[in-house]
Write a protein that binds this ligand. Structure first.
Ligand code: NAI
Length: 367
């Protein structure tokens, strides 16, 4: 017993915690434990609406300032995503500086879990690039502030089908807005990235009678999707410029840019990828070209909405998650109506909606 206590104390004192002061953020922590090869950051951007929920990323950043920049950018984006989705959650994110292919040790995951626990629930962690549900189960032994656990552990499981559902429902709203009706049948869809979300989206579109073309830099994934779903596959360099009704970026961020926008041949851009616009001005560039852009942080919130159900007192309920994810369509409808009425971009309108929700809560808290 005594030995165990001592061991625990050793671990705690070995961890070096530094609180960084960053303008606009409630708390930013740099944590390091050289004995366990651990260096990580947690950013809590805003908890006005509730605890900051956001995934944990494991990435081999070349320099720690890149890790810090990433965690800050991602944490802020989570604030807007949760607020736009109407969730009682704030925005946060965590990163571990390591390569998930060969550096994912139990020690590193445990160290990050201890940092999460130290934050006392202000930040709730979840899956992100380089981290899977099994890693979260391991972290759960060190902190209760974890969500997105595997189904067999009572969790919400893979978020991708829910993200795809939200994007699919949103695409119908976009089609009605841009082309006059929501029909999928007979329309053409181009999907960049046939990974977890991209293939699930392709399946839904095909089942609804859509004509789908996709691409993936991983040739095996593209071939597997073509075989399983009967979709056409094109070169990854071409997919953005396919003639189509809807372009769905489901791979990386920053693909919609000053360079790509003039060459797009889609009526609508609506996909799952985070941070699709290279810069804010790209929303106006799309509007100027008459292309309807569905703000990524509004329509890809399905995964977040799903894991948010898991942390409710009643526990995870799939039908409740499906109902709420489907309601993303209503939020998007409000955003598009507001953009139309005010002459602004959907991106700006969505941000305004999120800011208003946070502002109202702040005012209520100070009343
Ligand atoms: P994933 O890693 O399973 O799929 C991404 C796919 O894109 C991979 O197959 C990859 O080979 C491919 N890819 C990368 N660069 C490409 C390029 N230039 N051209 C064509 N294909 C390319 O990831 P997942 O889970 O499907 O997520 C897709 C996007 O959606 C990511 O940006 C992610 O951050 C975002 N997202 C995912 C959520 C989820 O629930 N999984 C939730 C919210 C956002």
């Amino acid at each position: 017993m005594r030995a165990a206590r001592n061991a625990r104390e050793t671990v705690e004192t070995a961890m070096r915690i530094q609180n960084l002061v960053v303008d606009g953020y409630e708390r930013v922590v740099r944590a390091e434990d050289p004995a366990r090869g651990f260096l990580g950051f947690v950013a809590v951007h805003d908890t006005t609406l509730g605890p900051a929920l956001g995934g944990l990323r494991m990435w081999p950043y070349a320099h720690e300032r890149e890790a810090l920049a990433d965690v800050l950018r991602l944490a802020e984006a989570m604030t807007w995503k949760a607020a736009a989705a109407g969730l009682p959650l704030g925005g946060g994110k965590a990163v571990i500086v390591a390569d998930s292919r060969n550096g994912k040790t139990r020690e590193r995951l445990a160290a990050m879990a201890e940092v999460v626990e130290m934050l006392g629930g202000a930040y709730i962690t979840a899956e992100d690039v380089g981290i899977n549900a099994e890693d979260l189960t391991l972290m759960r032994a060190h902190t209760s502030h974890v969500t997105g656990l595997p189904r067999e552990d009572g969790g919400s499981g893979d978020p991708a089908p829910f993200t795809a559902l939200g994007v699919f429902e949103s695409i119908k709203v976009c089609l009605a807005e841009a082309l006059g009706n929501a029909a999928i049948k007979g329309r053409r869809f181009a999907i960049q990235g046939l990974g977890n979300v991209g293939t699930q989206l392709a399946r839904r579109l095909v089942e609804a009678g859509g004509n789908v073309v996709g691409a993936d830099v991983c040739a095996e994934k593209a071939a597997a999707a073509a075989k399983a779903l009967g979709i056409a596959v094109v070169d990854p360099g071409e997919i953005l410029y396919e003639q189509c009704d809807v372009l769905a970026p489901c791979a990386l961020g920053a693909v919609i840019s000053e360079k790509s926008i003039p060459r797009l041949r889609a009526a609508v851009v609506a996909g799952a990828a985070n941070n699709q616009l290279a810069e804010t001005r790209d929303a106006a560039r799309l509007k100027d070209r008459g292309i309807l852009y569905a703000p990524d942080f509004v329509i890809n919130a399905g995964g977040l909405i799903n894991i948010a159900v898991e942390i409710e007192p009643a526990g995870y309920r799939e039908e409740e998650a499906v109902r709420r994810v489907t309601a993303i369509a209503e939020t998007l409808g409000q955003v598009l109506a507001r953009a139309r009425e005010t002459g602004t971009t959907p991106d700006r309108a969505a941000l305004a909606l999120a800011e208003e929700r946070i502002g109202q809560m702040r005012a209520a808290n100070h009343a």
